[in-house]
Ligand binder design. Structure first.
Ligand SMILES: C[S@@+](CC[C@H](N)C(=O)[O-])C[C@H]1O[C@@H](n2cnc3c(N)ncnc32)[C@H](O)[C@@H]1O
Length: 260
């Protein structure tokens, strides 16, 4: 997976039985809590991902963009400010409320509550660009393939798909006395070494394997119809609410106008 020391520490936790299983209701509640906490956090804590924004420089101004799982508009707002017409969709009403508040003076932003798996859009509707960040890995296993198909079918010929997610993702329950003094790799190693730390697994939400995903993406976006680029890099995060370790994958697929 990522870096040997981290992978070994996680394996040691598993062998020691330091794994706690959580159910779907727990995951839903955690999501709601996340959005409630969002209201208390300064916006500066959640800036956009600049690698994601950089890919949109290739998208012509005035293009229509669909974002699924848009959250509070971390990317939808700067993209609309840059001259794109963004439809931000999220199934969490609190997130959409926040996106509307933060983006109230931004022209070109339209934020609606909706479920990507029951799309709130006409069947043949397509966009110049489609975006999803930090969402694929929060879906249940059986939802991932239909979600990828939905993203793909919404891209018009010549259009772009930007997809970012965490593969090999693992939640970590922080020890009670943990103070987030260190972040990044150092913080994760310290947390994992702590005897009270447990790994959290949500039933039905098996981590996405980065190796399998690479193969899947190549099959899903065949060369004749798509240009595909996949970049991956380890990601470590330790914050107030918890910690996670993952392989971050950034996918850019461009639909060719004609088959080659
Ligand atoms: C971890 S957040 C990421 C938010 C945002 N994309 C970002 O990068 O900051 C995942 C988001 O996906 C949303 N989500 C999960 N399943 C969804 C679905 N089936 N349809 C629409 N949104 C969904 C959640 O409500 C949440 O806002």
């Amino acid at each position: 997976m990522q870096d040997n020391e981290i992978a070994e520490l996680m394996e040691a936790k598993r062998r020691a039985g330091a794994v706690e299983r959580k159910d779907e209701a727990w995951a839903r509640e955690a999501n709601r809590e996340m959005w409630e906490r969002w209201h208390e956090r300064p916006a500066s804590e959640r800036g956009p991902d600049h690698d994601v924004l950089a890919l949109f420089r290739q998208v012509p101004k005035g293009s229509h963009v669909l974002e699924y799982g848009a959250g509070a508009g971390r990317h939808a707002i700067p993209l609309a400010k840059a001259g794109l017409k963004v439809l931000a969709v999220d199934r969490e009403p609190l997130a959409i409320k926040k996106a509307r508040e933060l983006g109230r003076e931004v022209e070109g932003l339209h934020a609606i509550v909706g479920d990507a798996l029951h799309p709130p859009l006409a069947d043949g509707k397509q966009f110049g660009a489609v975006l999803s960040t930090q969402m694929l890995h929060v879906l249940r296993e059986e939802e991932r393939e239909p979600f990828l198909q939905e993203l793909k079918r919404r891209v018009e010929p010549g259009g772009h798909l930007v997809l970012e997610f965490d593969a090999d993702h693992q939640w970590i329950q922080l020890p009670r006395d943990w103070k987030p003094l260190k972040t990044g790799r150092e913080g994760i190693v310290e947390v994992l070494r702590h005897p009270e730390t447990r790994l959290l697994e949500v039933e039905g939400r098996a981590p996405i394997s980065s190796e399998e995903m690479q193969e899947k993406l190549e099959a899903l976006f065949p060369y004749r119809e798509w240009r595909l680029s996949v970049k991956s890099a380890p990601r470590f995060h330790a914050g107030r609410g918890g910690a996670s370790v993952a392989m971050r994958m950034l996918v850019h697929a461009t639909r060719r106008k004609e088959k080659v």
